[in-house]
Design a protein around this ligand. Structure first.
Ligand code: NAD
Length: 487
């Protein structure tokens, strides 16, 4: 290895130096000020405005992502997050006054949001721009110093992020470390004040185990099998279009909240399949492998993984639409399967690609049992006009988020927390929840020197005990009785 190459190795020693440097910067107080936070949010917003075309090109290179999807789901969402943070930051930072109790009378209290310190953000490849920078917005807004580790599986976006953040942001407080398992492992050895990880649950467990060594809190944004329950008394065309938009219109199914499978009744399944076929034909034409409006599969590993799901003996005869593949271009057409067995690989693993199994049930209500018998998904969707079914769905299905009569759009609602539950993750972000994810809510109680009640001090007498009990009981009459020694 040449001396030039050896310099570039990012190992544990380099990671330790980096964290130490950032700890020093954080201790200096620079990142705590409102002005610094605003300047960085504005810089990020400018970066997105100035470099839109480069971002589109990087995503085209990594995923053949259609420009419209890049603009809608990566650029516009990020700009919106910056806009919300800039608009609300003063309000978010303001200490929240809270009531105090009789026990501490007279006193006042407030909750102060303080930055955690030095935070690590590890991001995934499927929305590599948004998933890297959206948590960074929360970390900056909350006043932290940040290390971002983008995904090596989207290399063009990773290197663009490193370049642009260096050019636009405060480099002393916001750093990018590019790399794969070795570099991430070196980072994970260090003591952080928070780790925010987006990706699969297997690595999520590695992240959490590393964090546990230092008692570091984590946000884990993971995935899962997000189901769609489809009732029969609905606007079928609209439902089909919205299912397609959430599945193939989101990075060709390579999205954490894309519909993973559909549940509907045996009777209704043929109608639903016809509607999906009609709309898919209109959207992607007769030869979807050539469509410019579908992302490709990210790499050969993921292509092979998806091919294996389709080539499973148990599902090979279940394809009712699509199934075409072009290995040389890493393309797989939108594919629908009917009644793949529940014990097939495709029904056991998160699909994360353009394959959509439809599972039939006798009664639609059974769908909720099917969902709840698996691990908790990141999202669950229901199409219905039936109020009772909707209520049952909201009360019985546990998932990171629910949407009724659409798919994926809860992601764009910044007033809702975005995150998983159980196997789909822990913690949440977006809007104010991003600020909170990177803040500590510090409890502060203020007292003066007056009214120094002797009840808390020895010697502990019977009168004091009576007064204490009256105080706990909260009865004014009881307190007066105890003070004057009346029985
Ligand atoms: P990935 O392969 O890009 O991995 C994510 C990150 O983990 C990368 O930065 C990578 O360098 C790091 N990593 C990989 N192996 C590691 C190891 N052994 N030790 C330490 N770090 C390691 O992304 P992925 O996991 O393939 O992403 C897809 C998964 O992420 C799906 O399950 C999807 O549902 C989920 N996801 C969730 C969200 C969300 O917001 N909840 C968003 C996108 C993706």
């Amino acid at each position: 290895m040449s001396s030039n190459e050896s310099k570039k190795v990012f190992d544990e020693g380099a990671a330790l130096l980096l964290v130490d440097e950032l700890r020093g910067i954080f201790a200096s107080g620079t990142t705590r000020s409102y002005e610094w936070r605003v300047s960085q949010l504005k810089a990020l917003s400018k970066l997105v405005d100035d470099r839109e075309q480069q971002i589109i090109e990087a995503l085209r290179s990594d995923l053949c992502k259609p420009p419209l999807e890049t603009v809608a789901y990566e650029i516009a969402m990020l700009k919106n997050s910056c806009r919300v943070a800039l608009k609300e930051l003063k309000h978010w930072m303001k200490p929240e006054k809270v009531k105090t109790s009789m026990t501490t009378f007279p006193s006042s209290a407030e909750i102060v949001s303080e930055p955690l310190g030095v935070v690590l953000i590890i991001s995934a490849w499927n929305y590599p721009f948004l998933l890297s920078l959206d948590p960074v917005i929360g970390a900056i807004a909350a006043g932290n110093t940040v290390v971002l580790k983008p995904s090596e599986i989207a290399p063009a976006t990773s290197s663009l992020l490193a370049k642009l953040l260096e050019e636009y942001m405060d480099n002393s407080s916001i750093k990018v470390v590019e790399g794969a398992v070795d570099e991430t492992s070196a980072l994970l050895q260090q003591k952080w004040d928070k780790i925010f990880y987006t990706g699969n649950g297997r690595v999520g467990r590695i992240v959490m185990a590393a964090a546990a060594k230092h008692l570091t809190p984590v946000v884990l944004e993971l995935g899962g099998k997000s189901p769609v329950v489809v009732d029969s008394d609905i606007n079928l065309r609209v439902a089909a279009r919205r299912i397609i938009a959430g599945k193939w219109g989101c990075n060709n199914g390579q999205a954490c909240i894309s519909p993973d499978y559909i549940l509907t009744t045996k009777d209704f399944a043929p109608k639903l399949i016809d509607a999906l076929k009609t709309e898919l034909g209109k959207f992607y034409g007769e030869n979807p492998l050539e469509s410019k409006d579908l992302s490709r599969i990210v790499n050969m590993n993921h292509f092979a993984r998806l091919r294996k799901l389709l080539e499973d003996d148990k599902v090979a005869g279940k394809i009712v639409y699509g199934g075409e593949k072009d290995e040389s271009k890493l393309r797989i057409a939108p594919t629908i399967l009917l009644d793949a067995p529940r014990n097939s690989l495709i029904m056991k693993e998160e699909i994360f690609g353009p394959l959509l199994p439809i599972i039939t049930v006798n009664k639609l209500e059974e769908s909720f049992d099917v969902i709840n018998s698996g691990t908790k998904p990141l999202a669950a969707y229901l199409f219905t006009n039936n109020k009772k079914l909707r209520e049952q769905f909201v009360t019985t299905v546990s998932a990171g988020g629910l949407v009724v009569n659409d798919t994926t759009v809860h992601l764009a609602t910044h007033t809702l927390p975005f995150g998983g539950v159980g196997d789909s993750g822990m913690g949440s972000y977006h809007g104010k929840f991003s600020f909170e994810a990177f803040s500590h809510k510090k409890a502060v109680l203020y007292r003066g020197f007056k009214a120094d009640a002797s009840v808390r001090y020895p010697p502990y007498t019977k009168t004091k005990l009576r007064l204490l009990k009256a105080l706990i009981g909260g009865s004014i009459l009881g307190i007066i009785r105890a003070i004057f020694g009346w029985s």
